[in-house]
Design a protein around this ligand. Structure first.
Ligand SMILES: Nc1nc2c(c(=O)[nH]1)N[C@H]1C(S)=C(S)[C@@H](COP(=O)(O)OP(=O)(O)OC[C@H]3O[C@@H](n4cnc5c(=O)[nH]c(N)nc54)[C@H](O)[C@@H]3O)O[C@H]1N2
Ligand SMILES: Nc1nc2c(c(=O)[nH]1)N[C@H]1C(S)=C(S)[C@@H](COP(=O)(O)OP(=O)(O)OC[C@H]3O[C@@H](n4cnc5c(=O)[nH]c(N)nc54)[C@H](O)[C@@H]3O)O[C@H]1N2
Ligand code: SF4
Ligand SMILES: [Mo]
Length: 743
C-alpha cells in the first residue's frame, strides 16, 4: 500500500512540536520533526518518536473496564456508563454534592476535548472538591501573575528570539523542553542567543544539561530562591538601577516593594542561598544593564514553601529593570483562540480572587477554583459532612505524582465509587471501579488551547486525526458530557452530540446575543471542540469576526495550513496596558498578600542547612509517571537513580552503582526507600537528586514493560502536609533526608 504523510502537533509536552508522521499498511512507518512547521521548524525529541509505541502499546486500554469482585473485566461502553449511572448518582444523592470529587492531571492540558469540557463536568458535579496537578506544579506562577496582571494566564515569558541576557532559575529546558514557556528547541535558540553575543545564566542546585550549555551556572541551596531574588531586588534599589521603561506609567507599588525587601541584603541572604553577595549583585547589575534581558523561573522555584513569593519576585525583577513587555525582555503571547487574557474589556478587569471556599479538613483556601491536591487523601479519610466518597479522575496518576502517594492509595480503596478516564491500568486507576479509555492521540484531532498563551512566538496550528477511531470509541469530550449528564440525572442513554448542540446554542445566545443565530448557522457543519475552536478563532484577536474582517482567521483557514506547517502570527508584541485585567488597570507590583507573606522568609533567614536535602529531576526520555511502558523510551541506562556529590558519597560511605537507603524522619517515625546511587560532581554538595514518577512495582497494574524496571516512588517519601500556604502547592524539594549505604 501507498505510504501517506500526516502532520500532527505532538501532544506529549509543552513544546508542541509539529511532527511529520508516515503511515503504511495501517501502521506508523516513521515519525520525524516537520521541517516546514512555522513554530518548531523540524525539532523533535525522543518522546515524539515514541508516539508510535504509545499508539501500538498492547497495554494501552482500548475498551472500558469494570471491576467486579475485585477483578477488572472488559465491558462495552454502554455497560460502563450504565454501571456509573447505577452507582454514582446515589452516592451524591445520599451525601450531597461535596461527597463527590474530581482530579485532573497533566495530559488534559494537551487535549482540546479534555480541556474545553472539563469545566462542564466539574460544574455538573457542583462540588468544591476539585483538584489538579497544578498544585504540584505552576499554581504559584499563576497566582503571582494573576495578582500582578489580573489574569491567571497572563504569564510573562522570555522573548528569546531577541534577548541578550537570559537568567534561568530552577528550570532545565534541555530535559523538560520548557514549561509555562512553549519553546521547542530551547538549545538551538540558546545557541543563537550566544552566537549574537548574548549570555545564558543558570541557577540550579544541579549542573544540569541546561547549565552545561550556559555561560555561567551558580548552585543555590534548594528552597532559597526567594532570598536570592529579594536580594537582587534590594540591589536594584541600593545601586539606583531601577528603570521601569515602557511600562512606567502602568506600575503601582514600587515604593512598597522597596520597603518590603529591606531586610534582604545580599550579605543577609548569602549563606541561606549559598551564593556570595558579590555574585548576587553581579546578577542584578547584569540584568539591569543589558538592554534586552529577561528572568525565567520554573518548577524548581514553584514547588517550594515560598513558591508564590519567588514567582512574584521574578516578575518584580523584570518590571524594575524595564524588561517587562519590552522586545527582548519578558513578554506576553497573544493566542489566536481561547486566549483568556484577550477576552473582556481591554486594560481593566476584576482581577483574581482566592479563598472563596476552603478545604474542609485543613482549611486551605481555594485557588483558581481548586483545592490543593495534597488535601485529597485527608478529605477522603476524614468522616463528617462533605467527606469525599466518590471520585472521578481525568488523566492523572496522583498515587505516583502526589506527595505521600501510599497514603492516597490506601484512601482510594475506601471510596464508595471511583471512575477513571485514563488510557492505562496504572497505580491510580487500579483503584477505580470503572475505567473509561480515551482514544490514542493519533486518533484524536489536536489544537493547543493552553500553550499558544505561553508561546515564544504567536501561531495557530491544527492537526486532524492520523487514524480513525474504532466505531464504538467516543471522543473524550463525549465521555465527559455523558458523565455530566449522568450526574445531572439526564440518564446514561443521553446522546452526547444532541446535548452538546443544545448547550452550544445556549452559550451562543449568552455570548453573542443577536448574532447567535448567524453563528449557529455558520458552524452548523461542526460539533464539539471543533465548533468551539471555530468560534474562538473567528471571535479571537486574529479572527475574521464572522465576516467583519474577511482576511482574518477561521478554522477552515487554519486547517488548510496543516500540511504547510500552520499559520505564523509573528513575534511577540507589547501588550500593556491592553492585557491588564486588574481593577486599577495597573500592574500591581506589591500585592498586599505577598508583602505580608514576606514575613515568613524574613523569619527564616538564618535557618540552618540540613546536612542533606532531596530534590527532583527530569530526563528527556520520561514524562512524569506514564511513559515508562514505551520501548523506545524505556531502553538505555536506568534513570531512576539518586545523584550524589562525591564529597557526600565519601562522607556517607556511598559508592557508585550501589544501593542506598534514603530516609526522611517524620513525627510518626522514619520513612525510607532504597535507590541506586550515582556519584556525580553535577550535584551541589549536600543535595541529592531523584526523579519522580517511578515506582511501577505496585500490584494490580497493567504496565508490562514499566514493571520490569520499576524504580522507586520519590513521592512515597515526601510530606503531603507541606505546602506554600498562598497557592496550596506542595513542597517537592529541599526536604531534609538521611542517606546510608545498604550492606
Ligand atoms: N516529587 C515530584 N512530584 C511531582 C513533580 C515533581 O517535579 N516532583 N512534578 C509534578 C508535575 S509538574 C506534574 S504536572 C504532575 C503530573 O501529575 P499527573 O498528571 O497526576 O501525572 P502524570 O504522570 O502526568 O499522569 C498522567 C495520567 O494521564 C494518563 N493519560 C495519558 N494520556 C492520556 C489521554 O490521552 N487521556 C486520558 N484520559 N489519560 C491519559 C496516563 O496514563 C496517566 O495516568 O506530577 C507532579 N509530581
Ligand atoms: N522529559 C520530560 N519533560 C517534561 C516532563 C517530564 O517528566 N519529562 N514533565 C513536564 C512537566 S509536567 C513540567 S511541569 C515541566 C517542568 O519543567 P522544568 O521546570 O524545566 O523541570 P525540571 O527539568 O524538573 O527542572 C527543574 C530544575 O529545578 C532544579 N531545582 C530543584 N530545586 C530547586 C530549587 O529549590 N531552586 C532552584 N533554583 N532550582 C531547583 C532541579 O535541579 C531542576 O534542574 O517539564 C515538562 N516536561
Ligand atoms: S519536545 Fe518531544 S515530547 Fe515535547 S512536543 Fe516536542 S517531540 Fe513532543
Ligand atoms: Mo507539570
Amino acid at each position: 500500500m501507498l505510504e501517506t504523510t500526516h502532520h500532527r502537533i505532538c501532544p506529549l509536552c509543552e513544546a508542541c512540536c509539529g511532527l511529520e508522521i508516515k503511515v503504511k499498511d495501517g501502521a506508523v512507518s516513521s515519525i520525524r520533526g516537520h521541517a516546514e512547521d512555522v513554530f518548531s521548524a523540524g525539532y523533535i525529541c525522543p518522546k515524539g518518536v515514541a508516539l508510535k509505541d504509545l499508539h501500538e502499546d498492547p497495554d494501552r486500554l482500548r475498551q472500558p473496564l469494570i471491576k467486579r469482585d475485585g477483578v477488572f473485566m472488559e465491558a462495552t461502553w454502554e455497560e460502563a456508563f450504565a454501571e456509573i449511572e447505577r452507582r454514582l448518582p446515589p452516592v451524591m444523592a445520599a451525601h450531597g454534592r461535596n461527597a463527590s470529587a474530581i482530579v485532573v492531571g497533566n495530559p488534559s492540558a494537551h487535549k482540546i476535548g479534555l480541556l474545553t469540557y472539563f469545566g462542564k463536568l466539574a460544574r455538573a458535579l457542583g462540588t468544591h472538591n476539585v483538584f489538579s496537578a497544578s498544585t504540584l506544579d505552576q499554581m504559584p506562577k499563576q497566582l503571582a501573575s494573576g495578582l500582578m496582571f489580573g489574569h491567571w494566564l497572563s504569564v510573562a515569558l522570555p522573548d528569546i528570539a531577541r534577548t541578550q541576557y537570559l537568567l534561568v532559575i530552577g528550570a532545565n529546558p534541555l530535559a523538560s523542553n520548557g514549561s509555562m514557556w512553549t519553546v521547542p528547541d530551547f538549545k538551538g535558540k540558546a545557541k543563537a542567543l550566544q552566537a549574537r553575543g548574548g549570555r545564558l545564566v543558570v541557577i540550579d542546585p544541579r549542573r544540569t544539561e541546561t547549565a552545561a550549555v550556559a555561560d555561567a551556572h551558580h548552585f543555590i541551596r534548594p528552597g532559597a530562591d526567594v532570598f536570592l531574588l529579594a536580594a537582587m531586588v534590594h540591589t536594584l534599589f541600593a545601586e539606583n538601577l531601577v528603570r521601569l521603561g515602557l511600562v512606567a506609567q502602568w506600575v503601582n507599588g514600587v515604593d512598597e516593594v522597596k520597603a518590603a525587601v529591606n531586610p534582604f541584603t545580599p550579605e543577609a541572604v548569602a549563606e541561606r542561598c549559598a551564593i556570595a553577595p558579590e555574585t548576587i549583585r553581579t546578577l542584578a547589575r547584569d540584568l539591569a544593564n543589558t538592554e534586552c534581558a529577561a528572568v525565567y523561573a520554573r518548577i524548581g522555584t514553584c514547588t517550594q514553601s515560598y513558591g508564590t513569593l519567588a514567582s512574584w519576585l521574578v516578575d518584580v525583577l523584570n518590571v524594575l529593570t524595564g524588561h517587562l513587555d519590552a522586545p527582548g525582555g519578558a513578554m506576553f503571547a497573544k493566542s489566536a483562540a481561547f486566549g483568556s487574557n484577550t477576552a473582556g474589556k481591554p486594560g481593566i478587569g476584576k482581577g483574581i480572587a482566592t479563598g472563596r471556599h476552603q478545604a474542609r479538613v485543613s482549611g486551605a483556601p481555594e485557588v483558581m477554583g481548586e483545592l490543593p491536591i495534597s488535601c485529597l487523601a485527608e478529605e477522603i479519610e476524614t468522616t463528617g459532612a462533605g467527606q469525599i466518597r466518590a471520585l472521578i479522575t481525568v488523566a492523572t496518576n496522583p498515587v505516583l505524582s502526589s506527595p505521600n502517594g501510599p497514603r492516597l492509595s490506601k484512601a482510594l480503596d475506601t471510596l464508595d465509587f471511583m471512575v477513571s478516564l485514563d488510557i492505562y491500568l496504572n497505580e491510580t486507576t487500579r483503584h477505580a471501579d470503572v475505567i473509561l479509555p480515551g482514544p490514542s492521540p493519533l486518533e484524536d484531532l489536536h489544537y493547543d488551547v493552553a500553550f499558544p498563551q505561553l508561546s515564544w512566538r504567536n501561531h495557530a496550528r491544527y492537526s486532524p486525526p492520523v487514524f480513525e477511531r474504532a466505531p464504538e470509541q467516543p471522543e473524550e469530550w463525549q465521555t465527559m458530557l455523558k458523565l455530566a449528564a449522568i450526574v445531572q440525572g439526564k440518564g446514561a442513554q443521553v446522546d452526547a452530540n444532541a446535548l452538546d448542540d443544545a448547550q452550544f446554542a445556549d452559550e451562543a445566545q449568552r455570548l453573542f446575543g443577536p448574532q447567535a443565530e448567524a453563528i449557529l448557522t455558520a458552524t452548523r457543519h461542526l460539533k464539539g471542540p471543533q465548533r468551539a475552536l471555530d468560534v474562538a478563532l473567528r471571535a479571537g484577536p486574529y479572527g475574521d469576526g464572522f465576516g467583519t474582517r474577511p482576511d482574518g482567521l477561521t478554522l477552515a483557514k487554519v486547517m488548510a495550513a496543516n500540511t504547510t506547517g500552520g499559520i505564523d502570527l509573528g513575534e511577540l508584541q507589547p501588550r500593556i496596558p491592553e492585557l491588564l485585567r486588574t481593577p486599577s488597570g495597573k500592574i500591581e507590583l506589591a500585592p498586599p498578600s505577598l508583602l505580608a507573606d514576606l514575613q515568613r522568609p524574613a523569619a527564616d533567614l538564618n535557618f540552618p542547612a540540613p546536612d542533606l536535602v532531596l530534590i527532583g529531576r527530569r530526563d528527556v526520555r520520561t514524562n512524569n509517571s506514564w511513559m515508562h511502558n514505551l520501548p523506545v523510551l524505556a531502553k538505555g541506562p536506568f534513570r531512576c537513580t539518586a545523584l550524589v556529590h562525591p564529597l557526600d558519597a565519601s562522607r556517607l560511605g556511598l559508592t557508585d552503582g550501589a544501593q542506598a537507603l534514603i530516609t526522611r524522619d517524620t513525627l510518626q517515625g522514619p520513612l525510607s526507600l532504597q535507590a541506586q546511587v550515582h556519584v556525580s560532581a553535577e550535584m551541589m554538595p549536600g543535595v541529592v537528586s531523584l526523579p519522580h514518577g517511578w515506582g511501577h512495582d505496585l500490584p494490580g497494574t497493567r504496565l508490562t514493560l514499566a514493571a520490569q524496571r520499576p524504580g522507586v516512588n520519590l513521592n512515597a517519601l515526601l510530606d503531603d502536609q507541606q505546602r506554600d500556604p498562598l497557592s496550596g502547592t506542595s513542597v517537592l524539594g529541599g526536604v531534609g533526608v538521611r542517606m546510608a549505604a545498604v550492606s
